[in-house]
Write a protein of this length. Sequence first.
Length: 145
Amino acid sequence: MAHTFVKDIMKKNVISIDQDMTIKDAAVMMDDSNVGCVIVTKKSTPIGILTERDFVKRISAKEKPLSTPLSEVMSTPLITVSPDETLWESAEIMKKNKIHKVPVQQNNKIVGILTASDIVKICSLGSDSSMREICDQILLRISKN
C-alpha cells in the first residue's frame, strides 16, 4: 500500500538550532526557511522543538522577550517517531500527546518531520481504496475517544 509509512510522506527539510540561541534567532530561521518549527539541540543532540504554537502559548501569551534562550520556551521532552512507523501509529502518537508536528528520528538523528497536515493531505488523495480505508480507521478511532 503506497504512502502508509512515515518515510513516504515526511518532509526532509528540518531546521535545527542550539538551545542557547534566542527566540528571535529561531523566528528568523523559521521565516527564512519557510518552516513551522525548529528542532532544538544541545551539543548537536535533539532535545526539544519550537513550533508556531509555542510562539503563541509560551512566548507571546507569556510576554517573553525576544532575547530569551530557546531552552526556556521549547517543548520538551522531544517526542519522535521512526520513519518505518505507519501513518496510523504516528497519528495515534500525535493524538495521545496533543501535538501537530512530530520529528522523525533514525539512529539518534532527526531525518524528517511529519505534520497533521501531511496526514490530512495523504488521506484526501482521491478515491484510492487503501487510503480511504486508512482514513476510515482514523476517523473511527478518533470518534471512540
